[in-house]
Design a protein around this ligand. Structure first.
Ligand SMILES: Nc1nc2c(ncn2[C@@H]2O[C@H](COP(=O)(O)OP(=O)(O)OP(=O)(O)O)[C@@H](O)[C@H]2O)c(=O)[nH]1
Ligand SMILES: [Mg+2]
Length: 298
């Protein structure tokens, strides 16, 4: 019999390159929220892919950026942590993206430099190749191989599934021999209610424009588990009084839509009926408040 393999595969990359989409595709399950806006992911999110012979522990992380808020500093702490404890580090880059001069002093290039110094295998997942032709893909692969000669570059598409087999086989090949770290029944190390708040956050990202999603945080005020239905009361925290009516919408229409879309996804996720109420509350400047950030788990 082959020896069991297990390890931490930490997913890093700039905002919006498709890290969360890729993690969901690799796991075959939707754990990490996805949106077309940058900075959707704020925490480090762990998901597991289990089989009899292996356990891949994926850590999705927030997109690498130069911090403007305390919240961003916390987000980048998740990135640094992911650099320090990877068994395999996977940098996701978007096909077409190259390192810009303006980034040379920034966090992104620092992360790439840190990857070079790691003692573990590094993989570059060249994502969104569904948008490129073969010639372009070959050129991009060559570019990243030159930038990161220590890494294995694999063209993929997290959406179409292109290259995912190759990527999974490479990961499995490089995964260290180890007994499993978590019970194989589990998909994640996070409690259910965390995913409930994440699903609501995803709907906020999909529904509101411009700055609003970035000013919102979600908390669970009450969670009553029932035999055939869970009752959940959630709060959306905004930073200023003026943001409240925007989130609520005319006659409550926006909030209603967010709640109804979130409820459907939460029901799918829990495989159970859910009664979901959402209220909006102001927490002055929560993105800059150390104490409040701690309360939100940052
Ligand atoms: N065409 C195409 N779009 C993709 C692919 N992978 C992801 N996307 C899209 O890219 C956008 C961002 O995806 P996410 O998975 O949220 O990206 P992320 O890197 O996790 O973003 P942050 O959490 O904000 O750092 C979404 O609109 C995805 O649907 C892909 O392979 N092809
Ligand atoms: Mg993400």
């Amino acid at each position: 019999m082959k020896n069991h393999k297990a390890g931490f595969i930490n997913i890093l990359g700039k905002p919006n390159v498709g890290k969360s989409t890729l993690m969901n595709t690799l796991m075959g399950d939707k754990l990490s929220i996805v949106s077309a806006k940058a900075q959707t992911t704020r925490h480090r999110i762990t998901g597991l892919a289990n089989s009899d012979d292996y356990q891949m522990i994926f850590n999705d992380t927030p997109g690498i950026l130069d911090p403007k808020y305390r919240l961003h500093e916390r987000m980048m702490a998740f990135v640094d942590e992911a650099l320090s404890d990877a068994d395999i580090a996977m940098l996701v880059v978007e096909a077409g993206d190259r390192i810009k001069d303006s980034e040379l002093e920034g966090k992104y290039v620092k992360v790439i430099a840190s990857l070079a110094k790691l003692n573990c295998p590094v993989i570059v997942a060249l994502n969104k190749c569904d948008l490129k032709n073969e010639e372009e893909i070959a050129a991009l692969k060559a570019y990243w191989e030159e930038q990161m000669p220590f890494a294995t570059v694999i063209p993929i598409s997290a959406v179409s599934g292109m290259g995912i087999d190759v990527l999974l086989n490479t990961l499995l090949d490089k995964l260290p021999e180890s007994p499993p770290y978590f019970d194989k029944e589990f998909l994640s190390d996070r409690p259910l209610r965390f995913f409930v708040t994440e699903i609501i956050r995803e709907k906020i990202f999909l529904h509101y424009k411009q700055e609003i999603p970035y000013c919102c945080e979600v908390g669970i005020e009450e969670y009553k588990e029932g035999d055939d239905m869970d009752r959940i009361r959630a709060l959306i925290y905004v930073e200023r009084e003026s943001q409240k009516p925007i989130v609520i919408g005319r006659g409550g229409s926006s909030l209603k839509q967010v709640a109804s879309e979130a409820r459907k996804d939460i029901e799918d996720f829990l495989d159970k009926k859910v009664y979901l109420e959402i209220f909006v509350k102001v927490k002055d400047n929560w993105r800059q408040n150390e104490h409040l950030l701690k309360g939100f788990g940052y």
